[in-house]
Every structure is written in C-alpha cells, then in structure tokens.
Ligand binder design. Sequence first.
Ligand SMILES: [Ca+2]
Ligand SMILES: [Ca+2]
Ligand SMILES: [Ca+2]
Length: 193
Amino acid sequence: MCSQNRLSIYYTTEMEISRATGVLLILAFTAVAHSARWEANLGWCTAGSKFFLGDFNGDGKTDFLCHRPSDGYKWIAFANSNSQFTGTSWQKAMGWCYHAGAELHIGDFNCDGRSDMLCHDTNNGYKWVALANSNGDFSGGTSWKAPLGWCYHGGAELHIGDFNGDRGDDMLCHDRNTGYKWIWYASSSGSFI
Ligand SMILES: [Ca+2]
Ligand SMILES: [Ca+2]
Ligand SMILES: [Ca+2]
C-alpha cells in the first residue's frame, strides 16, 4: 500500500497527522472523566440571604454569589476545574445594595465575559453598577451610578438580558399591569447613559 497524506483519529488514544514522507504530528489524548452529577451539603447561602448565579471570573463556568439583604455582605464561590463547588472563594462586607427598596441583579454589563452586579432602587429608579474585576470579585465596589429614575413606578419589574446581541447585558422594564415594555441598552463601559 502506498503511503499517503492522512489524518487518523483514534478516539480514545491519539490523533495522528501524516504525509507521504512520514508522520508530522501525534497528539495524545488524556481521558478526563466528567461526572454527570454533583452534590454537596455546602451549608452555603442559607436563610436570610439571596442566592444568585453568574460567571464572575469569566472562565466559562457559572459561579455562585450570595447576597445578604440585611447588610449587603457578599460571598462568591467559584466553580472549580471540575465544575464543582467547595465553598467560599471571596467574601466582603461590601454594604452594597441592601437599603430599603434595593434590588440586586446580575449581568455582564461591560462585555468582558465576567458577570457584574446592578443595584436597582425600586423607590426612585436609582441604579448602581459594580463591575467584576480580573479576580472575579467586587473589591472595588461601585463602578458607576446615576439617578436614572427608571423602572420604579407601580407595577414595574426590572429584568436583565442582552437584547441587541453585543454581549453586554441591558435592562428591560416590564409593566405587569399594562404590558408596556422599555429597554435601556448598556454602553460598552457598563453604564447606562
Ligand atoms: Ca466562573
Ligand atoms: Ca463584566
Ligand atoms: Ca446588549
């Protein structure tokens, strides 16, 4: 049999790229076991706290965030390399988004792949944004704030989503009485101006 250019993939062991003159490259595979399920009694973010999801360190794996509305304390648990959780990765007495009427939302507002926090005041429509830093935490606190006076009337509900497909999350206001909708698109820096 004549030798020829060839790409051979042995699914469980290696991939081999060959030309007629010889083997050019062999990539050996290492089997990685992924369990279909995970569970643990973490005792994490229990009564009196609110549980949120987001990819705060931008590694593609969804992480946990815990917010205590009584004092604004925050905890983050990053998903590990096995997409599992062992406990708190970062915590801080931020005192962020805990005043009466404050409502915490999660979204990536500055398109950097890391989930950020948005605080919405349901009494006056004020907004605060805290951008996740490169460590995937919020040590820097508030990144942007403004008295937008947006989405706080009776029946208003604030929702977060990327409506224009620029990978930055935007705000949608839904009036549950009339069904009216408003969208405010985020700027590339993660603000609403
Ligand atoms: Ca993550
Ligand atoms: Ca972000
Ligand atoms: Ca967007």
